[in-house]
Design a protein around this ligand. Sequence first.
Ligand SMILES: [Fe+2]
Ligand SMILES: [Fe+2]
Length: 260
Amino acid sequence: MKLLFIGDVFGKAGRQLVQRKLEDLQREFLPDFVIANGENLADGKGLTEKTARPLFEAGVDVLTGGNHLWDRQDSLEYIRENPRIVKPMNYPEETPGSMFYTLSKGELSLTVINLCGQIYMPSCDSPFIAFEKHLPGFSTATKCIFLDFHAESTAEKRAMGWFTDGKISALIGTHTHIQTADEEILPEGTAYLTDVGMTGAHDSVIGVKKSIIVEKLRTSIPRRYEASDRGLQINAVYLELDNYTGRTSLIKRIRQAVEK
Ligand SMILES: [Fe+2]
Ligand SMILES: [Fe+2]
């Protein structure tokens, strides 16, 4: 099974990149399934029907979440009603979003899960305990399991990698918006990458116009954030999985600059 995972799609610039370039990526990598992190679709904060639908139409099969998933109050119902939007499973059951989603195509099937870290992040339950608790439920349909671990701390991500090795096919980190160069396949067959990076405008501070963030940090005066539209990049990862064992045989980082 071939998978493509696109890192945090940020605002209009990120959405347009996916709409423009997913077809090229599909031609190059021939993925069976495409997953993208969607917590920043709406101007960097949350996800709406208007911002998510074009991505599904472009060929994204599942959108994963993170701490920003519910920033848009007017979209909670849309998230609740769309099973292809997967929320971090260590958030309350009542919080909108699927606990997991299983994609099927012919003989292939893949379960997508999402967890948030606890270190330097808004409060949530232990991702380790949540994983353990829900493992019997999300691992019944298939051995091929993809985890988007949305966390700030490298140590927490690394620990989760060792904790899940051999239990899932891949743990790919999100949230920092900066791609790391530490991809590997752990001894029991789980692919690991600390952070896949952001898809959107990289001439920015993690997606936001750089002058706004520099001024905010210089003066400590809160400023209204505006998404940047410069320095476009697709940050993603390509994976090849054994359909029967769920082990990953190949992980390849993708970091493509795109002309405006
Ligand atoms: Fe993000
Ligand atoms: Fe985040």
